[in-house]
Design a protein around this ligand. Structure first.
Ligand SMILES: [Zn+2]
Length: 555
């Protein structure tokens, strides 16, 4: 009897303990879960000159992969990738296009113009071919090039795009509307992102896809477009079976104005129509030709992943992600510092992944669901490692309950706020609101949603496949220093160190904001790991239907 009573008391105690940990508030003792020295050792190592800026498929990249692998192994975590152990091979294809090219345009009345490479247009192919071309391909203006059933919107309605080239506006119909209920208003939806434009045009069977650059709508000037898409371009060797157009590219707004005028159309008027219901696509009565000659090389890199099996629902997973790669060493620069150490971007997030892994692995009580820690490669080349992962996930995506991505964490000190990239996209925001509240922090919107930052780091590839993901980090409202000071620090980083050799470890960093984030990200995961809840995308979110279909499918 007494024995049984003890059992009952133990049972109640366990319930209480579980109850507490699943609601989640870290006491003073628990906040010591995370080890500052341990964390900084990871950051300093990953950001060291020895690691050479961690470019994929370089000696520094290989050092990084081994470092992650060794750490996961030492923690006793299980390899995520079966026979490949902790490594998931990611084969990269590098395409270099001869730059001696132009986009030839011919109107029905035989007006010929040639748009100059880099100055007026940029073009490439993602097909692994030595030559790709469009020849006398009819140009069709398709507005924003969006097919969005949830908004009852189809810019390709009634069109047969085979052999033709779509001319497409960047951003989405909500951009100019000022109506928050219409394509999320000024905040960019995925339909506004250039990646979507090329995907949709290819799904429609188009031979070519050309996006018209407008600085406001794109969120960056033409120089970013011409700089990013010239020189060697990295792609996945195995990009899945999604269709690809022969030729993709951008043209400047001035070139578009001319093109439309030569075709007897008013560009500005059509931009306005494109954002309104009732817009119909139209031929520009102009044909386009271009031939791309390519040199193709292949190189191999790796995602690195480890698992901690759950105690009750081991086939359901929470995932933490962070990209380990950065921009490497610029061998052509023989004077001064040529190593892009990527200390903030993203040694901080990779170290966070390792520190979270250490804390979870060392806990006496395992969470009920499983954990997956995934450090991905080639983020800086276009989110390629995470794209490769979601094509061949270690565990089914419809068993991946939710996740958190960490990329470029705050080194300015403890904050009062947490900036959410992708405001109110999913139920995960409620979990994070509770976790942040236990630290006396509040969640705030990222201030420039029209720039589409939600679509610019690895969480996005998971979202695209329906997995709810959160991307949020300590904000600018730094305790004891204030918002203006925080903004100055952030602006100074963006101007002077972001994607530059100066992104190095600095003794003056205050990583207490990172430690707040580690705790917060820990609490969010704990609550989900020890529940049967399946956080969902909010009603109306563009990923909700994808998730519903994914969950309905057999694994
Ligand atoms: Zn990054």
């Amino acid at each position: 009897m007494i024995f049984k009573l003890n059992q009952l008391i133990m049972f109640v105690l366990i319930l209480l303990i579980n109850g507490c940990s699943s609601v989640g508030k870290l006491g003073d003792n628990q906040s010591n879960l995370f080890d500052k020295q341990n964390y900084l050792t990871h950051v300093k190592t990953l950001a060291s000159d020895e690691f050479g800026g961690r470019a994929p498929a370089t000696p520094g990249g290989e050092l990084t992969v081994s470092y992650l692998e060794d750490n996961f192994k030492a923690l006793g975590l299980e390899p995520a990738f079966g026979a490949n152990g902790y490594r998931q091979p990611v084969s990269l294809m590098v395409i270099s296009t001869d730059e001696d090219i132009g986009l030839e345009l011919t109107t029905e009345s035989k007006i010929k113009t040639t748009l100059a490479y880099k100055d007026e247009m940029i073009a490439w192919t993602r097909r692994p071919v030595e030559q790709a071309s469009i020849s006398d391909s009819e140009l069709v203006f398709v507005g924003y090039g969006v097919v969005a059933p949830e908004y009852n919107w189809n810019d390709y309605a009634g069109l047969d795009m085979r052999g033709k080239t779509a001319v497409i506006l960047v951003n989405d119909p909500g951009y100019l509307s000022g109506d928050d209920a219409f394509f999320n208003g000024k905040a960019m939806t995925y339909y506004g992102r250039w990646t979507y434009k090329f995907e949709e045009a290819a799904r429609q069977g188009a031979a070519g896809a050309i996006v018209v650059h407008q600085t406001g709508a794109a969120g960056y000037p033409w120089g970013v477009v011409s700089g990013s898409w010239s020189g060697p371009q990295y792609h996945l060797l195995d990009a899945g079976d999604a269709p690809l157009a022969q030729v993709e590219g951008w043209i400047t707004e001035a070139s578009a104005v001319n093109l439309f005028a030569n075709a007897g159309q008013d560009f500005a008027a059509l931009v306005e129509q494109a954002g309104k219901a009732g817009f119909t696509p139209r031929s520009l009565n102009t044909s386009a030709s271009i031939t791309l000659n390519n040199t193709i090389a292949q190189s191999d890199s790796y995602n690195v992943g480890a698992m901690l099996p759950g105690s009750k629902n081991p086939d359901e997973y929470f995932i933490y992600t962070g990209h380990w790669d950065h921009m490497g060493t610029d061998e052509s620069n023989t004077e001064g510092d040529n190593i892009y150490n990527g200390a903030v971007d993203n040694a901080t997030g990779t170290a966070a992944l390792l520190e979270l892994a250490r804390v979870f692995a060392s806990q006496a009580q395992r969470p009920e669901r499983s954990l997956l820690f995934l450090a991905v490669t080639a983020e800086e080349s276009g989110l390629l490692g995470s794209a490769a992962y979601v094509e061949k996930p270690a565990v089914p995506l419809n068993k991946t309950v939710a996740g958190i991505n960490m990329d470029g964490m705050s080194v300015y000190g403890a904050s009062n706020d947490v900036v959410v990239i992708g405001w109110d996209a999913s139920d995960l925001q409620d979990y994070m609101t509770r976790a942040a509240a236990s630290q006396d922090r509040i969640l705030v919107r990222e201030p420039t949603p029209e720039k589409g930052f939600f679509y610019r780091s690895d969480h996005f590839n998971f979202a695209k496949k329906g997995v709810p993901m959160m991307y949020a980090e300590a904000g600018n409202d730094i305790r004891g220093k204030g918002v203006e000071w925080g903004k100055q620090q952030q602006a100074d980083y963006t101007a002077n160190r972001y994607h530059k050799p100066g992104d190095e470890y600095d003794e003056s960093w205050d990583i207490s904001g990172i430690f707040q984030d580690l705790e917060m990200n820990y609490l969010v995961a704990q609550e989900i790991l020890n529940s049967d809840d399946w956080p969902e995308w909010r009603p109306g979110n563009e990923f909700r239907k994808i998730r519903e279909a994914s969950l309905a499918a057999t694994p």
